[in-house]
Design a protein around this ligand. Structure first.
Ligand SMILES: Nc1nc2c(ncn2[C@@H]2O[C@H](COP(=O)(O)OP(=O)(O)O)[C@@H](O)[C@H]2O)c(=O)[nH]1
Ligand SMILES: [Mg+2]
Length: 209
C-alpha cells in the first residue's frame, strides 16, 4: 500500500441488501461487484463487499452489506441496519410471498432499526429472466414503491439486466440528499487521514458478560 491509496474517495456509503432467502441478494451483489453470475449455494457467507465507483462527479466507496443467510431466521440485528444510507429491498418476481413479506416483515424492520431518517430505499424485483414464471406484475411493484416512498427497478442478476442501474440510481439519489452527504453526518466519512477520529466505543455492545 502506498501513500496514493489515501484520500481516494469523497464519500463512503453503506448500502444493505434485504429480503427473503433465495430472492437473489447475494447474486445481485456479486453481479454488480464482479460482473459475473454464478450459481450460488443459498447459504453463501458474505458480510460485505466494497466497490469503488465515480458517480455524479464524486468518487465513492460503496460498502455493500449482505446477509450470510441469517434472514431465514429473521435474526438480522440492529447493527446490520445502523448507519446505512441506502437499502436495497429485493423480491423474486416468481414468488409472491417474497413480495408480500417486504411489507409484512422487512419494511417494519427498516422502520425499527434504520438510523438515518432520510435513508434511500430501492425496491428491486429480481429474476425477470424467468418471465414465463412471473407472478408479481410490474404495476404491483410500482404501486408498492409509491406507497412506501422508494425507488423501483426490475432486474436480473442472471442476465445482468438493470443490475448496474439499480445501484447507480440508488447512489445518485443518496448524493442528491443533503442530510446523507453533509459533513456533519455521523456515517459519512471522508477518507482524510487527518480528520479521522478513533472509533468511539459503544458501551451498550461492550458490556462484559
Ligand atoms: N434465473 C435466475 N436465478 C437467479 C437470479 N438471481 C439469483 N438466482 C438464483 O436464485 C438462487 C438464490 O440466489 P441467492 O443470491 O443465493 O439469494 P439470496 O438468498 O437472496 O442471497 C440461486 O440459485 C441463484 O442462482 C436471477 O436473476 N435469475
Ligand atoms: Mg445470500
Amino acid at each position: 500500500m502506498d501513500a496514493s491509496s489515501v484520500s481516494e474517495f469523497d464519500y463512503l456509503f453503506k448500502l444493505l441488501m434485504i429480503g427473503d432467502s433465495g430472492v437473489g441478494k447475494s447474486s445481485l451483489l456479486l453481479s454488480f461487484t464482479s460482473d459475473t453470475f454464478e450459481e450460488l449455494s443459498p447459504t453463501i457467507g458474505v458480510d460485505f463487499k466494497v466497490k469503488h465507483v465515480t458517480l455524479g462527479g464524486k468518487k465513492l466507496k460503496l460498502a455493500i452489506w449482505d446477509t450470510a443467510g441469517q434472514e431465514r431466521f429473521r435474526t438480522l440485528t440492529s447493527s446490520y441496519y445502523r448507519g446505512a444510507q441506502g437499502i436495497i429491498m429485493v423480491y423474486d418476481v416468481t414468488r409472491r410471498e417474497t413480495f408480500t413479506n417486504l411489507s409484512d416483515i422487512w419494511a417494519k424492520e427498516i422502520d425499527l432499526y434504520s438510523t438515518n431518517q432520510d435513508c434511500i430505499k430501492m425496491l428491486v424485483g429480481n429474476k425477470v429472466d424467468k418471465e414465463s414464471e412471473r407472478v408479481v406484475t410490474k404495476k404491483e411493484g410500482i404501486d408498492f414503491a409509491r406507497e412506501y416512498g422508494c425507488l423501483f427497478i426490475e432486474c436480473s442478476a442472471k442476465t445482468r439486466v438493470n443490475v448496474e442501474q439499480c445501484f447507480e440510481e440508488l447512489v445518485l439519489k443518496i448524493l442528491d440528499t443533503p442530510s446523507l452527504t453533509s459533513e456533519g453526518s455521523t456515517t459519512v466519512k471522508r477518507n482524510n487521514i487527518f480528520s479521522q477520529k478513533p472509533p468511539v466505543s459503544d458501551d451498550s455492545t461492550n458490556g462484559c458478560c
